[in-house]
Ligand binder design. Structure first.
Ligand code: FES
Ligand SMILES: [Fe+2]
Length: 376
């Protein structure tokens, strides 16, 4: 799991002035709205003696700890009240918790979980169709008992569609099946591809006739570690663009927010059937991914046999290795080894300015010898 990316962590409507505890990247966070309606996301551990802030109360723009009533400001995490010291008491300098930058977009709350200065942060993915006339969006959410990297690599794998999604392929029933040579696009923050598929018509009564002569274009492009855009062009005119936000709860569980825009059958009555269809497709992926062995992507690709249709996955792993070399990969083994003895926090940008913190930043992996080998 990686620090220093924006992550979608909840749907906006779920966050009110009642505190909510959420777990991501193996750490707990408290979320709440302040008096201005601004969403705050803080490390959930009270630096006094370790209580869970999310079980306290929102007081104005602060979260009040349920144990001894210390109050921490949502915007900067700094403690503004220590009741036991009395009204004139001097608040210790280290009395602060990590507070993370947040943004609300596309009906989701995003938090930047890391300590990069603003100018160096990877972007939140752009969804140009979100406000465009002629497009209609629906939002779904899934929780998979799967490692986030396995889930992401599945999105970048054009060869699974034929076998995992019967409505999209022929399950190996055609002799002319082949994944064409992939043209990989890449940028600082992502890799992706678009491919042409032979694909049968959609089974739903109201969707019939959408696909142009069985020729369908589809592909996925990543934006950072957690955001992906999947374009499904059923015909030159009927398009669905899916934006998947994959946020690791921990190494074993993954939350996914799934936004799909469509430019056909945009009447609201189609939302139900479209979501139903997408739930089936997501479940087809989920059952395969949850059973992969090993559970995590192997440390070295010498322990797999990759072929040219795995090219985008290989390129994605190069990006991961690059982000790991910057010290952004959480050392989950070290965190787990100290689980009951030591609390950790994802470092927030305030740590760049001020080094005195009670809770240690999560350890990150030393750049190592991860082997990336070319497809055969
Ligand atoms: S543990 Fe939070 S105020 Fe004491
Ligand atoms: Fe799939």
């Amino acid at each position: 799991m990686f620090i220093n990316f924006w992550y979608a962590i909840e749907e906006s409507y779920q966050i009110t002035n009642e505190p909510v505890k959420l777990t991501f990247l193996g750490q707990d966070f408290v979320l709440f709205r302040d008096t201005q309606g601004i969403v705050h996301c803080l490390s959930n551990i009270c630096v006094h003696r370790g209580a869970s802030l999310a079980h306290g109360k929102v007081k104005g723009d602060c979260i009040e700890c349920p144990y001894h009533g210390w109050q921490f400001n949502g915007a900067d995490g700094v403690c503004s009240k220590v009741p036991s010291l009395g009204p004139d008491g001097k608040i210790p300098q280290r009395a602060k918790v990590d507070s993370y930058p947040t943004e609300e977009k596309y009906g989701l709350v995003f938090a930047f979980l890391g300590d990069l200065p603003e100018a160096e942060r990877p972007p939140i993915i752009d969804i140009p169709e979100w406000d465009q006339e002629g497009w209609r969006f629906t939002t779904m959410r899934f929780t998979w008992v799967a490692n986030y990297q396995r889930a992401l690599e599945n999105s970048l794998d054009p060869a699974h569609t034929e076998f995992v999604h019967p409505a999209m392929g022929y399950q190996g029933g055609r002799n002319d099946y082949v994944v064409p040579d992939l043209e990989v696009t890449s940028s600082d923050w992502g890799v992706g591809t678009m491919t042409t598929f032979q694909s049968p018509d959609l089974p739903h009564e109201k969707m019939k006739g959408l696909k142009g002569e069985g020729q369908m274009e589809a592909g996925t492009t990543m934006c950072g570690i957690s955001m992906a855009e999947t374009k499904l062009h059923f015909s030159p005119k009927a398009w669905a663009h899916q934006y998947t936000f994959t946020t690791p709860i921990d190494e074993q569980n993954t939350k996914r927010f799934f936004l799909q825009g469509r430019n056909f059958r945009t009447d609201p009555e189609m939302d139900g059937p479209v979501d139903e269809r997408n739930k089936i497709v997501a479940d087809q992926d989920r059952v395969v991914i949850e059973r992969l062995d090993p559970f995590h992507t192997p440390e070295s690709s010498t322990e797999e046999v990759l072929v040219k249709s795995d090219l985008v996955i290989t390129k994605f792993r190069e990006l991961l290795a690059n982000w790991e070399s910057r010290g952004w990969k959480i050392d989950s083994e070290a965190v787990d080894a100290q689980r009951d003895q030591k609390a950790f926090s994802i470092p927030s940008p305030a740590r760049l300015e001020n080094k005195r913190w009670a809770i240690s930043a999560v350890p990150t992996v030393e750049p190592d010898q991860t082997t990336i080998i070319a497809a055969e």
